[in-house]
Design a protein around this ligand. Structure first.
Ligand SMILES: NC(=O)c1ccc[n+]([C@@H]2O[C@H](COP(=O)([O-])OP(=O)(O)OC[C@H]3O[C@@H](n4cnc5c(N)ncnc54)[C@H](OP(=O)(O)O)[C@@H]3O)[C@@H](O)[C@H]2O)c1
Length: 282
């Protein structure tokens, strides 16, 4: 039997029933010619969900990587994010139109508010603009990033619309059970940034090394499988084609109850996570 061209990638659905891959590709830090190559390589490996942001300064490289990959852009969900300085009715619209120009796309797959930045008090206005842009077809799916449950509730109370997705820092080191349960209750998909727990030194931990050795897989595959099993969309970043492929290729790995019990010991608690009531980005 011949090897399939792409790894089999599991999917989940937005509240409107449309499909999204559970494994996408993070592009933070992928800039310039090297960034273009990394993005084209990820798409040729089989990734069909990309994550960028105005703040990353790499939307042009993402658009160029998409064109050079030879993959049909209509098959790829490109995510971008409204930067802190672009909050507000008019500025958010200009921000997304500028993102589209840099990406070279007519519409963006997913548009997120990057951080709530509560000191500005403009998250609801920004959210209204994303809803308008979705209505106009310039944005297929509207969501947010780094919003706490009460901040999501504020958007819903003002507009009657929940974000379709909330991208938060989430890994075995920060499982965020409560926000994830809140999302599921309201039809919001949870997406994990930093899913490999690199910042928390997850790969050094005995528990995850033991599970990886037992199944003869990589530590990253264990971290990603654990999230995907919870219906969480992951967006690992890698500049290496081999790691890009292995991060996407989770089909053969099945975690059991014993593994999950061991992995639960890696939870560092909420205190060490960035708090978006006070942490802001621009
Ligand atoms: N919404 C937000 O506020 C926010 C914040 C941060 C990030 N993000 C998004 O989330 C994406 C992912 O998060 P992240 O980049 O912070 O962290 P990550 O994907 O969890 O970790 C990336 C790091 O892990 C390494 N790596 C990848 N695969 C590996 C493997 N199989 N084995 C060993 N090392 C591996 C990479 O190095 P190599 O390149 O050498 O493989 C890189 O140093 C970003 O690219 C960005 O798109 C969003």
């Amino acid at each position: 039997m011949s090897t399939p061209a792409y790894p089999e990638v599991p999917t989940t659905t937005f509240a409107d029933g449309t499909s999204i891959p559970l494994i996408g590709f993070g592009t933070g830090g992928a800039r310039g010619p090297a960034g273009v190559d990394v993005i084209a390589s990820a798409l040729r490996t089989g990734y069909r969900l990309l994550d960028t942001a105005a703040q990353y300064g790499n939307e042009t490289a993402v658009g160029e990587g998409l064109r050079r990959s030879g993959v049909d852009p209509s098959e790829v969900l490109v995510t971008t994010k409204v930067a802190g300085g672009d909050h507000g009715r008019k500025a958010a619209r200009t921000g997304i139109l500028e993102s589209l120009r840099r990406l070279g796309l007519e519409r963006v797959g997913i548009a997120l508010i990057h951080w709530p930045n509560p000191s500005r008090g403009l998250a609801v206005d920004t959210w209204r603009t994303l809803l308008d842009l979705r209505e106009e077809g310039l944005v297929l799916h509207a969501g947010v990033s780094n919003f706490r449950p009460e901040q999501l509730q504020e958007l819903f109370d003002a507009t009657g619309h929940w974000p379709e997705i909330n991208q938060i820092q989430l890994s075995l080191a920060r499982p965020h059970e409560e926000p994830h349960a809140f999302h599921q209750q309201h039809g919001i998909l949870t997406q994990a940034w930093g899913p490999l727990g690199t910042r928390e030194g997850l790969s050094e931990q005995f528990a995850i090394r033991k599970v990886a050795a037992k199944h003869e897989v990589t530590i990253a595959q264990v971290a990603l499988r654990w999230a995907v099993d919870r219906e969480i969309v992951v967006i690992p970043r890698s500049s290496d084609p081999g790691r890009q492929r292995r991060n996407l290729d989770l089909a053969a790995l099945r975690l059991d109850d014993e593994d999950r019990a061991l992995l639960a010991s890696l939870d560092l608690g909420e205190e060490s996570a960035w708090d978006s009531r006070t942490h802001e980005e621009w």
